[in-house]
Design a protein. Structure first.
Length: 162
């Protein structure tokens, strides 16, 4: 029982307008769950995402903390939709007494070099071999980003802070 005392369960989210990628990690090496949740119906999308999907994840995994990514400074223009979903997520986490941390995304390599999203995802897949099957192929500049890439973005957010 002593070794489980310091393990903390963390839920990391990578938000998009109608979906989010998530990773549930316990301690530095144990990946419990991952996936992409989306809601494509008309109406108030952020409410449905938070009420249905995020609440289910919180009830299922009971995380000790919830981690979100703060957009880069260049992208921070007034975005009321993103601000609204962040408020709803924080409200839902507060209901369950879960602290929320909004972190800066700083994907830097060991020698200070900037890494591409694919390189970051590949390093996450090396850390968690079970994710190798979910690793999308490297995209070309004319291709849109694969929806599973948000799983790796959420996981990379946790590792950039350790």
């Amino acid at each position: 029982m002593e070794r489980h005392k310091d393990l903390a369960r963390v839920l990391a989210l990578d938000l998009h307008p109608r979906s989010f990628g998530y990773v549930v990690v316990e301690g530095p090496t144990r990946l419990l769950d991952w996936g992409v949740c989306s809601h494509r119906q008309k109406g108030v999308v952020s409410d449905a995402l938070v009420r249905k999907t995020l609440r289910l994840l919180i009830d299922l995994w009971r995380p000790a903390a919830l981690v979100l990514k703060n957009p880069p400074r260049v992208m921070q223009k007034p975005n009321h939709r993103r601000k609204g979903i962040l408020e709803r997520i924080e409200t839902e986490a507060r209901k369950h007494r879960i602290p929320v941390r909004i972190l800066e995304d700083n994907p830097v390599g060991s020698r200070g070099e900037r890494l591409t999203k694919y390189e970051i995802a590949r390093r996450v897949a090396e850390r968690f071999p079970v994710l190798r099957r979910a690793l999308p192929p490297k995209r070309q500049i004319w291709e849109s980003e694969h929806y599973r890439m948000s799983i790796f973005d959420a996981a990379a957010l946790l590792f950039s802070q350790r």
